[in-house]
Design a binder for this molecule. Structure first.
Ligand SMILES: [Zn+2]
Length: 227
C-alpha cells in the first residue's frame, strides 16, 4: 500500500501524512534524536552520553511537532482509537531492531483513577497490536503506576524526573516472569525520557535483562513544543 492510500484508510489526508516528520536513520541510539550525518551504529548524542538512562535504546517514529501533535491528541483525548493500528505500524518500522531483540512488550501504565477517566491507556492500545504482529508476549500488567501524580506537562527536566521518581513499580508476582527477559517499553510521546527511565528502572530492578523504548513521537528539546 502506498503512503497516500495508507493515509486515507486511516483518516489522514495525504497532505497531513506528508507533513509528519518521520525519523529515519541516522538517529541517536539512546533517544532517537536525528543526526545530520551517519556516524555509525550505536552512536549517542551528547545528552545521552552525559546522562545514561535505565533504558538502553529508544526509537521514535516521528518528531513531536504541530503536525504529529494534532494526531496524537486526537488519539489520546478524542476517542480516535482507530489510530492505534497506524501508530503501531509506525513503531514496528522505526523500532524494528528493538522489536527483534525483545521478548515482551510492556506499555507505560496509567494510574487506575486516570484510566477510569480516560477509558483507555493509549500506550497499551499501541503496544498490543505491535506485540501481536511481532509474535511477542504482551504484558500490560507487568508495571503499575502507584501514585496518580501530576501531569508531566509544563515541567522542567528535573521537575519531570522528580515527579515520576518511584511512581512506577513492578506488579507483585511478576519478578519470576521478567527474569532475564528483554523488554520493549511503549509510550506515546517522549519528552525528557523521565517516565520511560522510571519504568525501565522498575523493570530492571525486578530482574529484566534489559529495556528498550519505543514511542510514536519525540520532542525535539529546542523546539519548545509543549504537551
Ligand atoms: Zn540521545
Amino acid at each position: 500500500m502506498d503512503a497516500g492510500s495508507r493515509a486515507s484508510s486511516s483518516g489522514l489526508t495525504a497532505v497531513g501524512w506528508s507533513k509528519i516528520a518521520f525519523l529515519e536513520a541516522p538517529v541517536c541510539d539512546g533517544c532517537s534524536l536525528p543526526f545530520a550525518y551517519d556516524m555509525g551504529a550505536g552512536v549517542r548524542c551528547p545528552a545521552c552520553e552525559a546522562r545514561p538512562r535505565a533504558f538502553e535504546r529508544a526509537r521514535a517514529a516521528c518528531l513531536y511537532d504541530e503536525h504529529s501533535r494534532d494526531l496524537i491528541l486526537q488519539f489520546k483525548h478524542a476517542d480516535r482509537l482507530d489510530l492505534a493500528k497506524l501508530f503501531s505500524l509506525w513503531l514496528g518500522r522505526a523500532a524494528g531492531e528493538l522489536v527483534e531483540a525483545a521478548d515482551a512488550v510492556v506499555p507505560v501504565p496509567m494510574h487506575p483513577l486516570r484510566l477510569i477517566r480516560r477509558r483507555y491507556n493509549q500506550a497499551a492500545e499501541i503496544a498490543r497490536p505491535l506485540a501481536r504482529r511481532a509474535g511477542l508476549a504482551y504484558w500490560p500488567g507487568a508495571l503499575k503506576r502507584k501514585r496518580a501524580g501530576e501531569s508531566q506537562a509544563g515541567k522542567s527536566g528535573s521537575g519531570r524526573r522528580r515527579n515520576v521518581q518511584g511512581a512506577y513499580v513492578c506488579s507483585p508476582g511478576w519478578e519470576k516472569r521478567l527474569q532475564g527477559k528483554r523488554i520493549l517499553l511503549v509510550d506515546d510521546v517522549m519528552t525528557t525520557g523521565a517516565t520511560l527511565d522510571a519504568c525501565a528502572k522498575a523493570l530492571t530492578r525486578a530482574g529484566a535483562a534489559g529495556v528498550d523504548a519505543a514511542v510514536i513521537a519525540r520532542v525535539r528539546e529546542s523546539d519548545g513544543v509543549s504537551i
